[in-house]
Unconditional design. Structure first.
Length: 230
């Protein structure tokens, strides 16, 4: 009977090389799938974060509260400040909320700041001033109350009054008084609140490389005007 022939050393080396090559190709395929899944998850998280930020923006505007001799909504070119109802209950006072753009860790971010619950006029005035300071040069305590929404290159705010969108800093907001303000007796200080606009337009310029980039426009309509928002 003839001897059974085994594999030669060269054949074994070739087989090992082929197996190693297949393993490398399989690993690259799996690595590519994992990377694609991670990128998809990151972009999905970016979209979700932006959606939540826009929902919070609309919720803040829906909860605007006009108080005597106070400003409910103001845009000074740095920060959009609002006086809104407390998120807990109507008996827990009001909140001052600020929205601004500021560089954080070398990146321009869209930020939201919220005060504690306020129950006195002094607390309200203090929080209103703090919101402006926070938008430019915040301290540690103020930064602890901010939330970074999404990276943002630029933004603009417009108010809808007299059937037109206008820049709040150049519109007639300074002279348009609320009914409560108009009812004040002569001699009342001119710090009374301007009437709320019928709508607020938010225009965000989002940087390239994000899940959503370019210009994004969001309009809010005062519920008492049209019964909803867009």
């Amino acid at each position: 009977m003839g001897r059974s022939r085994g594999f030669t050393l060269v054949e074994l080396l070739i087989a090992l090389f082929v197996m190693a090559l297949l393993a490398v190709l399989s690993w690259r395929g799996l690595d590519g799938m994992v990377r694609a899944q991670e990128q998809t998850q990151v972009r999905a998280d970016e979209v979700l974060t932006l959606q939540v930020g826009l929902q919070q923006w609309a919720a803040d505007l829906d909860a605007l509260t006009e108080l005597p001799n106070t400003t409910a909504l103001d845009w000074n070119g740095r920060v959009l400040r609002m006086t809104r109802r407390s998120t807990a209950s109507a008996t827990d006072g009001v909140l001052v909320v600020g929205w601004a753009r500021r560089v954080v860790a070398g990146k321009s971010m869209w930020l939201r700041w919220q005060s504690p619950a306020l129950r006195t006029r002094v607390e309200l005035d203090t929080a209103w001033a703090q919101a402006d300071v926070w938008s430019q040069n915040p301290g540690e305590e103020q930064m602890s109350r901010e939330v970074a929404i999404v990276p943002m290159d630029d933004w603009q705010i417009y108010f809808f009054r007299e059937n037109a969108w206008t820049n709040p800093q150049s519109s007639d907001a300074a002279t348009a008084m609320s009914p409560a303000a108009m009812a004040q007796p002569p001699g009342t200080p001119p710090s009374v609140a301007a009437t709320l606009p019928d709508g607020v337009r938010l225009v965000l310029t989002l940087p390239a490389g994000q899940a959503i980039s370019g210009t994004l426009t969001r309009d809010w309509v005062r519920p008492t005007v049209s019964g909803g928002k867009s």
